[in-house]
Design a protein around this ligand. Structure first.
Ligand SMILES: NC(=O)c1ccc[n+]([C@@H]2O[C@H](COP(=O)([O-])OP(=O)(O)OC[C@H]3O[C@@H](n4cnc5c(N)ncnc54)[C@H](O)[C@@H]3O)[C@@H](O)[C@H]2O)c1
Length: 252
């Protein structure tokens, strides 16, 4: 039996990388996927390719009104809302001395505030739909620090603990809504393309990043999407407020 039969999943950042890989899996498992992204061209192209069980909706995750429209549009099109993947995000280097206030705010607005607005927006519709599952993408850099990513570490650490708050609140209120965070290592998506072509010391950026993972390679979007699929499905029904790590051994 398909693992997400008749389930409707809203995917922020669904136009690319891990979000796009998850949207594809949602459809493969019998569900409907709403691809919500600020990249309209890529998002519409993916939705067109996936066909009638997919829909593109424009979304800037930092705008509360966009979230309201995305939730309303999802329910109007597919009749309910059972899953949210908060995958929209931006990477950023820069240490505490070089990171500007502007960059710090931009990264935290998208990665952290965007996740807050997403969770807030979907809860009423999920309650109406009988419950649901929220998955927030944090990072290994939300579990441990890195000397080169001040704003990113702060934003992903916030996602990690905010997820636990949402999980506990929804459990206490008996909403039948679970909320978990996913913590990828370095995954080969457009987000890290720039770093792969850099030179770090006497290594290529790719080699440097690969060596961070004991498994000896970068991760692929599908490997994270499979973990997310488990969390969106009933198979993870007793897991809420938990950190799920997908990192080739990086944090081990
Ligand atoms: N790739 C990695 O190595 C890695 C590692 C750990 C965590 N993550 C996290 O995984 C998530 C997905 O990243 P990815 O690797 O698939 O990157 P990606 O760049 O392929 O996809 C990110 C998507 O988010 C969208 N987006 C960015 N800002 C947005 C905004 N304000 N509103 C709406 N959409 C917006 C982009 O248009 C893009 O489609 C991010 O939260 C990222 O921080 C990625």
């Amino acid at each position: 039996m398909p693992r997400l039969e008749n389930k409707v999943v809203l995917v922020s950042g669904g136009a690319s990388g891990i979000g796009a890989a998850t949207a594809r899996l949602v459809l493969r498992e019998g569900g409907k996927a709403v691809i919500a992204d600020r990249d309209e061209e890529k998002g519409r192209a993916l939705a067109n390719e996936l066909g009638a069980s997919a829909l593109f909706l424009p979304l800037d995750v930092t705008h509360e009104a966009d979230w309201q429209k995305a939730v309303t549009g999802t329910v109007e099109k597919f009749g309910g809302l059972h899953g949210l993947l908060n995958a929209a995000g931006v990477g950023a280097g820069g240490d505490i001395e070089s990171c500007t206030l502007q960059d710090y705010r931009r990264v935290n607005d998208i990665n952290s505030l965007g996740t807050f607005l997403g969770c807030k927006a979907v809860i009423p519709a999920m309650k109406q739909s009988g419950g649901g599952s929220i998955v927030n993408i944090s990072s290994v850099l939300g579990l441990r620090g890195a000397p080169y990513a001040a704003a990113y570490c702060a934003s992903k650490g916030a996602v990690r603990l905010f997820t636990k708050h949402v999980a506990l609140h929804c459990a206490q209120m008996k909403y039948n809504i679970r909320c978990n965070s996913v913590h990828p290592g370095y995954i080969e998506t457009p987000m890290i393309e720039g770093r792969l072509s850099q030179t770090i010391g006497n290594m290529s950026g790719r080699q440097w990043l690969e060596e961070l993972h004991p498994i000896g390679r970068l991760g692929q979007a599908d490997e994270v999407a499979n973990m997310i699929l488990f969390l969106l499905s009933h198979e993870s029904s007793f897991s809420t407020g938990v950190e799920f790590v997908c990192d080739g051994g990086l944090t081990a």
